[in-house]
Design a protein around this ligand. Structure first.
Ligand code: NI
Length: 270
């Protein structure tokens, strides 16, 4: 599979679960009158076989991706890798996994119960990245309890496998120069932004500035056919700066910023 086909499939799945992102995409594309460049796509999973990071990563490598750098999020109990493609213009990939053994025994047992339902043959195909849940719907109360402990755990338990977000590259825009301009534009379309850690996370000094919407709220089916509205996916925006060490645009991620970006899928308080 060519990487562009992989991302086309992912995008179709993503706009289905977070319809608002298409409105943003179309509005920016109308200004630009040319395709929008995708800075990166991010995925979430549990660190249990057969859905752990290593099991998913094996589909990225044949698409032309290679590992760039590892990341550790101590408080959120996540391990991650950033991946880059040899071809200029291909989106970067950010793949993270939740370290289940660091969670409560309730969460460990619940997640082990979900992962035990996964047909490992289903993980052998690259379309696992947009497969949704590979287990029976969880009880809504179980989702709430999981999410109270780890929003990330609740998200993966309820939604399974999807692109968590796509990211508009500010660098590639002609109609706007700064991330602030793009964030103002998105807010003007009626979207709420993730303000955890400020609207703009990161600085030119760390070579990456990021912002994002809050996740779309969508009705999802839980056990027993119960439907509840929960946060799904969000749209991110990134501006990269030239790395003085290489003379090229910085390709990595900034852990302190990503830590706050993860909170775009937190359930709304109050
Ligand atoms: Ni991101």
């Amino acid at each position: 599979m060519h990487y562009s086909e992989f991302f086309d499939h992912l995008w179709r799945d993503y706009v289905e679960i977070a319809p608002g992102v298409e409105k943003i995409h179309q509005a920016v594309a109308a200004l630009e009158r040319r395709p929008i460049v995708n800075d990166h796509v991010a995925f979430r999973t549990f660190d249990l076989a057969p859905v752990n990071l290593a099991s998913l990563e094996k589909h990225l490598l044949p698409l032309g991706y290679r590992r760039l750098a590892p990341y550790n999020f101590k408080e959120k109990k996540l391990s991650a890798y950033g991946y880059v493609h040899e071809e200029e213009g291909a989106p970067r990939v950010f793949l993270s996994e939740l370290r289940v053994s660091e969670l409560s025994s309730f969460a460990q047992q619940t997640i082990a119960g979900l992962v035990s339902q996964v047909d490992s043959a289903r993980v052998e195909r690259p379309d696992v990245f947009w497969a949704g849940p590979l287990w029976k719907p969880v009880e809504y109360e179980v989702y709430e309890k999981l999410a109270a402990e780890s929003e990330y755990a609740g998200w993966v338990a309820a939604l399974g496998f999807h692109a968590n977000h796509f990211t508009i590259s500010v660098n590639a825009l002609e109609s706007m120069e700064t991330l602030e301009e793009l964030l103002d534009f998105v807010e003007g379309l009626g979207f709420s932004l993730n303000t955890s850690g400020g609207r703009v996370k990161g600085t030119p000094a760390v070579l990456l500035e990021q912002g994002s919407t809050l996740a779309s709220m969508r009705p999802i089916e839980f056990a027993g056919g119960r439907r509840e509205t929960i946060p799904t996916c969000y749209y991110e925006f990134a501006r990269r700066y030239t790395d003085p060490a290489t003379g090229k645009l910085y390709d990595g991620f900034v852990a302190a910023s990503a830590d706050k970006i993860f909170e775009s899928t937190d359930r709304r308080k109050g």
